[in-house]
Ligand binder design. Structure first.
Ligand SMILES: Cc1cc2nc3c(=O)[nH]c(=O)nc-3n(C[C@H](O)[C@H](O)[C@H](O)COP(=O)(O)OP(=O)(O)OC[C@H]3O[C@@H](n4cnc5c(N)ncnc54)[C@H](O)[C@@H]3O)c2cc1C
Length: 409
C-alpha cells in the first residue's frame, strides 16, 4: 500500500541529519541521502581520541559556549545534554561524566557501536537510507536532483532538511562543496575557516630540535579577551591541544584585522605572581636556579629562554613575571583540512528562527553547515544533535500547519 505520509528528504548522514531523521521517522516517509558509502564518518573520526559527546551542564551554561549569541538557545533548551544522554540510553548507549564535565559513552562502547545503535534505530523506525547519493541541486518547486554511481535522477519531496556539515576533514565527506549549490540557489554563504585547530609558531631551532612532542601541562593561555586552561603539545609547526582551541576565535580575529596575533602563556596558573616572587632566587640566576626555584621542566625553560630577552631572563623578579605571562607571537592557524571544526558556511541571515531557509521555507538546515562556533569538548556534537532535533521539530510543526515554530503541543 502506498505510504500516505508527507515525504521528506534529509541530506547528510552526520549527527545532525541522523537526529533529524529520528525525530521525523514516525510521521513522515523519511529518505536520508549521504554522498559517501557510509553515514557518520566524521562522527567516527571524532571518537578516535574518546567520543566526547556532550558536556554535563544545565542548558543556560551550555548556551553560553556558542556564538553568535541567540541562534542556538531554543534548540539547546529543547534538547540539552541530559536529553541527549537519555536519547542514547534508550538505545543502550550508557554514558558517564568524566573530568571537567565531559560526557563519554561508557568503557567498552566504541564510536562505531554508538553509530550502529543510531542507524539500527533509524532503520527500525523506517528511515530509508540512500548511500552514495549526492545532492546536486534543488529548486523552488521542491525538485531535488541527486547523482549516484548509476547516474542522475530527480525526485520531489514535501519537505527537506539539509545537514551537509562543515569543511574540515574533507576525507570524511564533509568537504564544504555544497556552498556552490547554495550560491546558485541565491543563498549567501561565507568562506570556511578553521576552528578548534592548532597554531603555527615560528619556533627557534632549539625548541623544534629538542622539545617537539613534549607537552606543556596545566597552563593557562590568553589571546584577546579569551582565556583557557589545559594542555598544549609542542609540535614541529607550533602548538596544538585543549588549551589552544578555545582561544582560536580571538587569534582568527587578530589575523583578520591584519595584526600579528599573540598568545600569553601562564606556565603556573595555580600560583600567584606574589607567591612566585617570594620563591625567586636572590641575585642573578640562570637556567638551573630558575628551574629549581619555580619547578619548571626543560620545555618550559626553553620557551622562556626563546621568547624573552637577556635582561628580562637574568633578573629573577622579571623572570617570575615571564613565568606568569610569556608572550609568544602566532604566525597563522593550521589548515582547514586538519581542524576539528570550521566556521563559515551558511550565512545566518539566510535562516529563520525555526532553522528554515527564508528563501525556501520548506527546507530546514542543521549542524555545522551553519556559521556558528563553539569550543570542542562536547559542545560541537551537542550543538549538532540539538539543531538537528530542533530543525526537525520545527519542520514537523510547519507540516502540521502550526505557524509558530516555538509553540508547544
Ligand atoms: C578530529 C575530530 C575530532 C572531533 N572531536 C569532537 C569531540 O570530541 N566532541 C565534539 O563535540 N565534536 C567533535 N568533533 C566535531 C564533530 O564531529 C562535528 O562537529 C560533527 O560531526 C558535525 O556534524 P554534522 O551532522 O553537522 O556534519 P557531518 O558530521 O560533517 O556530516 C555531514 C555529512 O553530509 C554529507 N554531505 C555533504 N554534502 C553532501 C551532499 N551534497 N549530498 C549528500 N551528502 C552530503 C557528508 O558526506 C557528511 O557525511 C570532532 C571533529 C573532528 C574532525
Amino acid at each position: 500500500m502506498k505510504d500516505k505520509r508527507p515525504k521528506v528528504c534529509i541530506v547528510g548522514g552526520g549527527p545532525s541529519g541522523l537526529m533529524a531523521a529520528w525525530v521525523l521517522a514516525v510521521d513522515f516517509e523519511v529518505h536520508l541521502f549521504e554522498k559517501e558509502k557510509m553515514a557518520g564518518q566524521k562522527f567516527l573520526v571524532a571518537g578516535k581520541g574518546g567520543l566526547n559527546i556532550t558536556r554535563d551542564l544545565p542548558a543556560n551554561d551550555l548556551i553560553a559556549n556558542y556564538s553568535p549569541p541567540g541562534f542556538i538557545d531554543e534548540a539547546i533548551r529543547n534538547f540539552d545534554s541530559s536529553s541527549l544522554r537519555k536519547w542514547l540510553e534508550a538505545m543502550q548507549i550508557e554514558t558517564f561524566t568524566g573530568s571537567s564535565g565531559k560526557v563519554f559513552p561508557v568503557k567498552g562502547l566504541t564510536p562505531s557501536d554508538v553509530l550502529k545503535a543510531i542507524t539500527n534505530e533509524l532503520t527500525g523506525r523506517g528511515v530509508i537510507f540512500h548511500l552514495n547519493h549526492k545532492l546536486e541541486s534543488f529548486s523552488d518547486e521542491m525538485v531535488f536532483t541527486f547523482s549516484n554511481p548509476e547516474g542522475v535522477f530527480k525526485e520531489i519531496y514535501d519537505f527537506a532538511l539539509f545537514a551537509f556539515g562543515g569543511a574540515s576533514w574533507p576525507q570524511t565527506g564533509s568537504d564544504g562543496k555544497w556552498t556552490a549549490m547554495f550560491n546558485t540557489a541565491g543563498i549567501k554563504t561565507s568562506v570556511f575557516q578553521p576552528s578548534n585547530c592548532g597554531v603555527n609558531i615560528v619556533w627557534p631551532d632549539a625548541i623544534r630540535q629538542h622539545h617537539e612532542g613534549k607537552p606543556l601541562k596545566n597552563i593557562s593561555v590568553r589571546s584577546g579577551d579569551l582565556v583557557s586552561k589545559g594542555e598544549a603539545l609542542i609540535t614541529t609547526y607550533g602548538l596544538e591541544g585543549s588549551a589552544i582551541y578555545p582561544i582560536i576565535p580571538a587569534i582568527r580575529n587578530q589575523l583578520k584585522e591584519g595584526s600579528v596575533p599573540e598568545i600569553s602563556i601562564d606556565l603556573k596558573p595555580f600560583n600567584s605572581l606574589d607567591s612566585l616572587l617570594a620563591r625567586a632566587p636572590k641575585g642573578r640566576a640562570g637556567t638551573k636556579e630558575y628551574a629549581h626555584a619555580f619547578n619548571l621542566n626543560g620545555q618550559e625553560m626553553a620557551l622562556l629562554k626563546s621568547f624573552s630577552n637577556k635582561e628580562a631572563f637574568s633578573d629573577p623578579l622579571n623572570f617570575a613575571g615571564l613565568v606568569k605571562s610569556l608572550t609568544v607571537p602566532v604566525h597563522s592557524l593550521r589548515p582547514l583540512d586538519e581542524a576539528i571544526s570550521s566556521v563559515g558556511g551558511l550565512d545566518m541571515n539566510e535562516i529563520d528562527h525555526d532553522l528554515s531557509l527564508k528563501k525556501y521555507p520548506k527546507i530546514f538546515v542543521a549542524g555545522e553547515m551553519l556559521d556558528w562556533d563553539a569550543p570542542t569538548g562536547g559542545f560541537l556534537l551537542q550543538g549538532c544533535f540539538a539543531t538537528g532535533h530542533y530543525a526537525a521539530t520545527c519542520l514537523h510543526k510547519k507540516a502540521r500547519g502550526i505557524p509558530q515554530a516555538l509553540s508547544e503541543d
